[in-house]
Design a protein around this ligand. Structure first.
Ligand SMILES: O=C(O)c1ccccc1NCC(=O)[C@H](O)[C@H](O)COP(=O)(O)O
Length: 211
């Protein structure tokens, strides 16, 4: 049976009105990218977005191999609830950060996925492995790679999800949460209709499985 309440994170928000639209559509969490990316936001813009959001929406900051002090400073300045680490950060780095962390792990092979259990984190986000690309690629991976994988932390599924495939993904993988960026964009911008459709599809599958 599918978990009735699969959490939904919409990543790569860049302005407060769009982030509010995501929250209003039912997103549980939003992601703000501080790493080099076309979706990158400044700490000032991220703070504005965080302050505009209702209290029960989780604000996640996405970083790639940033110095720990810089991450802590930005988290404090913006009021981030969780930190998503999308680079080569080690388990020790996560431990010394002393913040709620989500570690992104590339779905490269089974050995890589099993190493996720070395991380002292709140959740593991499994994303598509693409050589030379870090995140937000819009590409899926073979979800069967996750079959029988036993993770200590809750699993967030990412990589190429969109309203047309997220139902199948949730039914097959049964993750704690799903994460989307490219799949709810049109011409590189977040699209309110697609964000709504994505969230609605996840909710439909969850209610269908519970009923
Ligand atoms: O989204 C980015 O541009 C990005 C850049 C650098 C590191 C991480 C990034 N995104 C992290 C995410 O959580 C994305 O939502 C995740 O990779 C899935 O993206 P997509 O395949 O586009 O749905």
């Amino acid at each position: 049976m599918t978990d009735q309440s699969v959490r939904i994170k919409i990543c790569g928000l860049q302005d407060a009105p769009t982030a509010l639209a995501a929250a209003k559509a039912g997103a549980d969490a939003i992601g703000l990218v501080f790493a080099p990316s076309r979706r990158r936001v400044t700490p000032e813009r991220a703070r504005e977005i965080c302050q505009a959001l209702p209290p029960l929406v989780t604000r996640v900051g996405v970083f790639v191999d940033s110095p720990a002090d810089e991450v802590r400073q930005i988290a404090d300045f913006c009021g981030l609830d969780s930190i998503q680490l999308h680079g080569q950060e080690s388990p020790g780095y996560c431990r010394q950060l002393s913040l709620r962390c989500i570690k992104a792990i590339p779905a490269r092979d089974r050995v890589t996925l099993e190493r996720a259990n070395d991380y002292p984190v709140s959740a593991i986000l499994v994303d598509t492995f693409i050589p030379g690309s870090i995140g937000g690629s819009g590409q899926t991976f073979h979800w069967q790679l996750l079959e029988g994988l036993s993770l200590k932390a809750p699993l967030i599924l990412a990589g190429g999800l969109h309203p047309g495939n997220v139902g199948r993904a949730v039914a097959l993988v049964r993750p704690y949460g799903v994460d989307v960026s490219s799949g709810v964009e049109v011409n590189g911008q977040k699209d309110r209709v697609l964000m709504k459709a994505f969230i609605q599809r996840v909710r439909e599958v969850c209610v269908g499985a519970a009923g």
